[in-house]
Design a protein around this ligand. Structure first.
Ligand SMILES: Cc1cc2nc3c(=O)[nH]c(=O)nc-3n(C[C@H](O)[C@H](O)[C@H](O)COP(=O)(O)OP(=O)(O)OC[C@H]3O[C@@H](n4cnc5c(N)ncnc54)[C@H](O)[C@@H]3O)c2cc1C
Length: 421
């Protein structure tokens, strides 16, 4: 039985671990936190998964929360001026691609318990580069899925593919519960349960998603993406979640006052339901060569770390897992050498990750002419809005029109054909 070692018990490491167990591999996951520690930590993320990522988890029987997590049925987006005034509103339904957002504390702690039950070996250890030598020597294949962990520095930055030299946004996130944000129709003017997006020119963005956490059940996440040094960049001195919530109220009052009443009576779901910080999105070279000559491969955020503005990191991890499982199986008993690692990553980059990365980076800038063409039409024609939002499930579907005005016009025309008499 081929032996595969995975470093990191998060979205990429655990999902790949379960998928490989399912195919009969001997899998060890090394991670730095026990299930209990993962459960009782601060929130690491506010990740929303679209349908195809959820389908990957469902196929492996990992969807333990399917019936309790509220579905996000579509997006309602306001594009605002720096004074908060709405310039354009776009709405779209996800239809059969609707998704769910589940607290990663809830999810990973349960998955960490499940992994040994299914025959996986779980080692609680903060793995160093020196430890990688031993692990790689004992394994047929070793992959690093350490998220934003320091061990990532072992993999060289890919300068050509990494657009950012510093964090494009300063981030703050909260999980909130309250009488005016839950249920099927929390936003009265939106006829479905929305992912609520606000884009404020020159200021940043904020998003609120239907969410689920073990501490309170149904709730909503709020993620603020402040342009560094801009007028929304005021979360970083907050000492705890309560201070963050106060700042969140001020920011919403200033830049999206029509949304403020949703926070009436709102409170944190628990004392750990907040995060703040910043990171530099980075694409890394996938192959790490150890001093002894042993090889390890970067996956998940370790390989492709994007800003959360497009909500793609966990979705990208799920897509990468699907790709890697088929590559690993196709390798049979062949060596997982540097050429195999390079090719496995390059094919994934070309078919998927380059689009995810380009789409994410595009959202961090003012929209170009093709996107404005589609958004303008989407504000008038629901089928265009629906089609736009459904591409979030797989950002590759934004091409070719996202970068080509003629294609954008064609995309609109195909969805606004008047009914024949
Ligand atoms: C605020 C925010 C909002 C987000 N929203 C979304 C969203 O809406 N949709 C979406 O798809 N994605 C979103 N993301 C991104 C998503 O959370 C990540 O992309 C995803 O979790 C990456 O999975 P991963 O397995 O690569 O890393 P992680 O899930 O971070 O897991 C890494 C694991 O490795 C462990 N580890 C680290 N170093 C070591 C070491 N040396 N030894 C052993 N273990 C180690 C860590 O403790 C952790 O358990 C968001 C991220 C943030 C910060």
């Amino acid at each position: 039985m081929r032996k595969i070692s995975l470093i990191g018990g998060g979205q990429a490491g655990l999902l790949l671990g379960f998928a490989l167990l399912d195919k009969g591999y001997a899998v060890t996951v090394y991670t730095d936190r026990t299930a209990e520690q993962a459960l009782n930590s601060r929130i690491p993320s506010t990740a929303f998964l679209f349908d195809s990522a959820l389908a990957t988890e469902r196929a492996l029987g990992l969807n333990f929360w399917e019936d309790v997590v509220p579905f996000g049925e579509g997006m309602h987006v306001d594009f605002r001026g720096p004074d908060g005034r709405i310039g354009l509103t776009v709405q779209g339904r996800l239809g059969d691609l609707q998704g769910q957002a589940l607290d990663q504390r809830t999810k990973f702690s349960r998955w960490l318990q499940e992994f040994p039950r299914r025959g996986g070996k779980l080692v609680i250890q903060a793995v160093s580069v020196a430890d990688l030598e031993k692990i790689a020597a004992e394994s047929d294949l070793t992959m690093v899925a350490a998220g934003k962990g320091q061990i990532n520095a072992f993999f060289a930055r890919d300068d050509e593919r990494s657009e950012h030299l510093s964090p494009p946004r300063n981030l703050a996130a909260l999980l909130l519960t309250g009488p005016k944000m839950l249920g099927d129709r929390p936003w009265k003017r939106v006829p479905f349960r929305p992912l609520r997006f606000n884009f404020v020119a020159g200021v940043g963005e904020f998003f609120s998603l239907p969410f689920y956490t073990h501490t309170k059940g149904e709730c909503r996440s709020f993620l603020f993406e402040a342009i560094p040094g801009g007028p929304m960049d005021r979360f970083q001195d907050a000492k705890d979640g309560k201070e963050l919530l106060e700042i969140a109220r001020q920011v919403i009052a200033e830049f999206a006052p029509d949304d403020l009443h949703h926070l009436d009576g709102a409170e944190l779901t628990d004392d750990d339901a907040w995060l703040k910080g910043a990171f530099t999105p980075t694409v890394r070279k996938p192959v790490g060569r150890l001093p002894s000559g042993g090889l390890v491969m970067a996956i998940g955020d370790t390989a492709v770390l994007n800003d959360p503005i497009a909500g793609q990191g966990s979705n990208n991890a799920a897509r990468m897992v699907r790709h890697l499982v088929s590559r690993i199986q196709a390798r049979g008993n062949g060596a997982f050498d540097a050429a195999w690692m390079e090719d496995s990553f390059e094919t994934f980059w070309a078919e998927s990750a380059m689009y995810t990365t380009a789409f994410t980076n595009a959202l961090l800038k003012p929209p170009g002419a093709p996107v404005m063409e589609v958004l303008g039409a989407a504000s008038q024609h629901p089928p265009v809005g629906d089609a736009f939002m459904r591409c979030f499930d797989d950002p590759r579907n934004y091409w070719p029109w996202i970068a080509d005005l003629d294609e954008a016009r064609r995309f609109v025309a195909e969805r606004t054909v008047p009914c024949a008499a």
